[in-house]
Design a protein around this ligand. Structure first.
Ligand code: PLP
Length: 397
């Protein structure tokens, strides 16, 4: 068989993405103040970031980062096992574990890296990992990296999860789910999944990227809402790029589970530890999350206002009561056209297309933040009513 030229294959794949309106481009943010962003020299109100509580530019958080960088430098100088583990990291891990009621925390440079690490190190060939079909890509990729059997149940279908676990009784079993689904905003049926995990001797692992900080008392997230603790959910991941307003992720679990990951996970062992200054900033975010409940209250009221306004205007809402409010439009060209129309009207809401969402479910993923005002939300609603009517433009589509 003749060797395929890589360049030819890439060119064909790109042509296919162009034909399917699936090209991905990056928008350059030239400046940002809260939800206001400067893009191509124009000020837009962004409704597609994940800074739910508006902490990424909070003075306390920024000052903590600056001060720690001044003392400790920018880089951590090495992987955590060699020279990169700093007392800022250790203090933050302890504070997170104590806050959420776990024995031990472990800080990673990103949520994606953490999920690769957790699943790769805990699971192996002969094990089974059962996951919701709409779980974030890094949970799926982590299971693939581990060599275990990956089974994916239809979204939020607890009985299907049970059947998939029952069909495989040998090897270890891990049941993994997002707490709040990143592209849909709905909440996983955690209490029922906990019962299934217990009945099937499976370890329940929850990635609460979009629930932490936003839901529950003190912002303790999806587990607190469902009345669950470390007993029912032995492993919890808290990514820091959303409500915490920073970067990284903290794994929480028993000393035995977390130590195993810290000592054996390749994506952890062979990667430079995050900046100590980021850990210091995240300690400041944690203090604000715990002590400023008004941020959650304001966010909840903006979510309710958005939903009321959207249904009054006949916009297609999903069953989501979190700051993630998708408007599902179907095909890629329609989502792109609506996003473009919003931009013309002064709003940045990117079009989310496959493979981030299933085929035929392209959407505008609207996200709300404490940084928005009621007037911002009302303005977006009016613009959305106009945008969803817009027809695809044959040039950009
Ligand atoms: C549920 C979930 N887990 C993990 C991640 C990845 O985290 P990070 O962006 O820190 O890599 C994301 C999104 O980015 C997410 O939505």
């Amino acid at each position: 068989m003749a060797r395929i030229r890589l360049a030819d294959r890439l060119a064909a794949a790109r042509a296919e993405r162009v034909a399917k309106a699936a090209l991905r481009t990056r928008r350059e943010i030239q400046a940002r103040e809260g939800a206001k962003v400067l893009v191509d020299g124009r000020q837009l109100v962004s409704f597609c970031g994940n800074d739910y509580l508006g902490l990424s530019q909070h003075l306390d958080v920024v000052s903590a980062l600056q001060e720690a960088a001044a003392w400790h430098g920018v880089g951590s100088t090495g992987s955590a096992g060699v020279s990169g583990h700093h007392s800022e990291h250790a203090a933050f891990e302890r504070e997170m574990a104590q806050w959420l009621g776990y024995e031990r925390g472990l800080l990673f440079g990103s949520g994606y890296q953490a999920n690769l690490a957790v699943l790769q190190s805990l699971l192996e060939e002969g094990d089974v990992c059962v996951q919701d079909k709409l779980n974030h890509a890094c949970l799926i990729d982590g299971a693939r990296l581990s060599g275990c059997e990956l089974k994916r149940y239809p979204h939020a279908d607890v009985e299907a999860a049970m059947r998939q676990l029952m069909s495989r009784r040998d090897g270890a079993a891990l049941l993994a789910t997002d707490g709040v689904f990143s592209m849909d905003g709905d909440q996983a049926p955690l209490a029922d999944l906990a019962l299934v995990a217990r009945a099937q001797d499976a370890t329940l692992y929850v990635d609460d990227a979009h629930g932490i900080g936003v839901l529950g008392p003190e912002g303790r997230g999806s587990l607190a809402v469902a009345g669950l603790t470390s007993r029912e959910v032995p492993l919890l991941l808290v990514p820091l790029g959303k409500a915490f307003g920073g970067q990284g992720a903290v794994l929480l679990g028993s000393a035995a589970l977390v130590s195993h990951v810290a000592e054996t996970a390749r994506p952890y062992l062979f990667s430079t530890a995050p900046a100590p200054a980021m850990a210091a900033a995240m300690r400041a975010s944690l203090r604000l999350i715990r002590t400023q409940p008004w941020r959650r209250a304001k966010l909840a009221s903006l979510v309710a206002r958005f939903r009321r306004g959207a249904s009054a205007r006949g916009l297609p809402l999903q069953e989501s009561f979190t700051p993630i409010q998708p408007i599902v439009l179907g095909d890629n060209t329609r989502a792109l056209a609506a996003s473009k129309s919003l931009e013309t009207q002064g709003y940045l809401v990117s079009a989310i297309r496959p493979p981030t969402v299933p085929e035929g479910q392209a959407r505008l993923r609207v996200t709300l933040s404490c940084d928005h005002s009621e007037a911002d939300v009302d303005g977006l609603l009016n613009a959305l009513a106009e945008a969803v009517k817009s027809r695809p433009d044959p040039v950009t589509a």
